[in-house]
Design a protein around this ligand. Sequence first.
Ligand SMILES: [Zn+2]
Length: 234
Amino acid sequence: MQQLLKLPSGTIPYTLKISAKRRTIGLRIDDHGLTVHIPKRIHWPHVEQLLLEKSAWIIEKLSERENRPEPVTWQDGTTLFYLGEPIVLSLRQDARNRQPVLDGESLVVAQPDITNTAVIQRKVSQWFAKHAIEDFRRRVELLAAKLGVPMPSVFLSNAKTRWGSCNSRGEIRLHWRLIQAPPHIIQYVVAHELAHLKEMNHSPKFWAWVEKLCPEYAKSRNELKAMSADLHLV
Ligand SMILES: [Zn+2]
């Protein structure tokens, strides 16, 4: 049963479900919005009172759901990010399966079946990875010279929880998805991993090396944390 919860700040529609087996009132927020489960025998003002008491929580949970980033749709016109700048996915029907081409602000993907989103996603990811390794190597080379260390081996990673890593053999791994981020963010991750060639820990000495390579590292680090979920959508 559809109902309206009237609050001073506006009204919230919700679904009311009455259950003979229930003894308590239950609130649930999911993709269908708010659902209120109530026992069969209950004094209605009691329900209204509880909803009013819980209204701040309800509003907060509903807005969290609304602001959750949507997964990428892989359709013509979808906006992607490359080095922090928006690029628009442009799908073109073509007899041949072609590699993506960046034409101005459009990433043109041509293939026989433009509804095959799995193929589009794979091709775009490969395009990002190809540009990522070139971009990352150039940055590592510049910052390694600044740090006075030999150029380390650089590899791409697809790790779930970290943007970069550096092992005891001095190899650096950087996540290919970072290529979507603005250059100063990539610069911070590169500086961080390179600084591990000097200090294999996160001591004040380590952060001093990071700061030497990337003076605004603290700001970039926070920005990266805030955008991490979005970078993982592609
Ligand atoms: Zn580290």
